[in-house]
Design a binder for this molecule. Structure first.
Ligand SMILES: Nc1ncnc2c1ncn2[C@@H]1O[C@H](COP(=O)(O)OP(=O)(O)OP(=O)(O)O)[C@@H](O)[C@H]1O
Ligand SMILES: [Mg+2]
Length: 345
């Protein structure tokens, strides 16, 4: 699959990585804006001395400490472990989806009802790489998956402490955490223990100029570009769909409308259900949505019940750093505007 643009974002992130590790970087943005793809592209472009550990929590039902340890580590027997470490140190293998560990050590961690030893082990491992002249980077994708796990305290806070230690205290490892969960990023943004220790990097959908450039190169007419922008905005995943559709001779407008009808239906169903279950909240939600009748984003004040409902149902996206609330994509914006007419008394 071809990778579009993102030069600015790639350079921004590479610049952060070139500096000595200091802050934890939280990468956030609307759903499907291309956060994961971007990070993987950045990793591809890293010079040889960097070693990336990309830990993807998506797709795993990580609800307990044991499951977290399974995702965090990959176990090896003595011989394969030695080979693995040898290859890492030679700079041959510089992309990993877990921290390599000897099986018997991992089993010990598994028995103890704690995570401190496991974190200490990761720290020692990264420190060793650092001492050998390598530059480790650790990335947690879909970090919100573990937000509710408790081990004495919430695991997420233990992890934040650990991140602060790796970056700000020891300066041995860059730490990135990716999430598309707006309420989670809002919580993190206001988290006292992260003040002055973290930064927030927004990966948004493409802007109009970029969309025009991408689609022009793919042979889209001005009219087709207008339609795609109106329905899909700069959401990479939809642009990919539009390009593929055009390639096989499908009508672009038809595709846009198909997606729109589906999304409108989904949003409408959610609202009907809410109306049945909680009329008061429903009224608040529709009132809130009226803010989008003439605007495509509104200023964020606080997380009210209705806003929380709209965010949790993936209709709206909240950007705490820029204090903005907007629909997850143009499809939602169009759906909201259309549905509001339906609900007018
Ligand atoms: N720069 C890009 N060039 C081409 N396609 C892209 C690009 N960015 C994203 N995509 C496409 O959009 C899809 C979604 O992107 P990705 O999974 O990176 O988004 P995300 O922001 O991580 O999503 P989520 O919110 O679900 O975590 C990808 O599978 C890919 O097809
Ligand atoms: Mg992702």
């Amino acid at each position: 699959m071809e990778f579009f643009n993102r030069e600015k974002e790639i350079q921004d992130l590479l610049n952060m990585i070139r500096q000595e590790p200091n802050l934890i970087t939280f990468i956030y943005g609307p759903i499907n804006s291309g956060k994961t793809s971007l990070m993987l592209e950045v990793i591809k472009r890293l010079p040889r001395e960097y070693v990336a550990f990309y830990i993807d929590l998506r797709g795993y039902a990580v609800t307990r400490r044991e499951e977290f340890l399974k995702v965090l580590f990959e176990t090896y027997d003595e011989e394969t472990f030695r080979k693995k470490v040898y290859n890492i140190l030679r700079g041959v293998e510089n992309f990993h989806k877990a921290i390599p560990i000897l099986k018997h050590i991992w089993k010990e961690f598994f028995k103890i009802e704690e995570v401190s030893d496991a974190f200490k082990h990761v720290e020692n491992f990264l420190q060793e790489l650092y001492n050998k002249g390598l530059k480790p980077i650790i990335i947690f994708d879909e970090l919100q998956v573990i937000k509710d796990i408790r081990i004495n305290n919430f695991l997420i806070y233990r992890l934040f402490n650990f991140f602060v230690r790796l970056s700000k205290v020891l300066h041995i490892c860059h730490v990135f955490a990716i999430t598309s969960d707006s309420t989670f990023i809002e919580r993190i943004y206001n988290e006292a223990m992260l003040q002055g220790r973290s930064r927030y990097y927004l990966v948004d959908d493409f802007d109009k100029e970029t969309v025009e450039k991408i689609l022009k190169e793919k042979g889209f007419s001005d009219e087709e570009i207008d339609i795609v922008w109106r329905y899909f905005g700069g959401k990479p995943i939809y642009l990919v769909e539009a390009i593929q559709a055009k390639r096989v001779g499908k009508d672009v407008k038809e595709l846009c409308e198909e997606f729109y009808r589906l999304r409108r239906r989904q949003v409408l169903d959610l609202l009907y259900k809410l109306e049945e279950e909680n009329k008061n909240l429903f009224d608040r939600v529709t009132k809130f949505l009226k803010g989008f009748e003439t605007r495509d984003k509104i200023k964020y004040k606080r997380i009210s019940k209705e806003l929380s409902w709209l965010i949790n149902n993936n209709i709206l996206f909240l950007d705490p750093a820029n204090e903005i609330i907007k629909p997850q994509s143009h499809l939602e914006l169009l759906a909201i505007r259309n549905i509001l007419k339906e609900f007018k008394p």
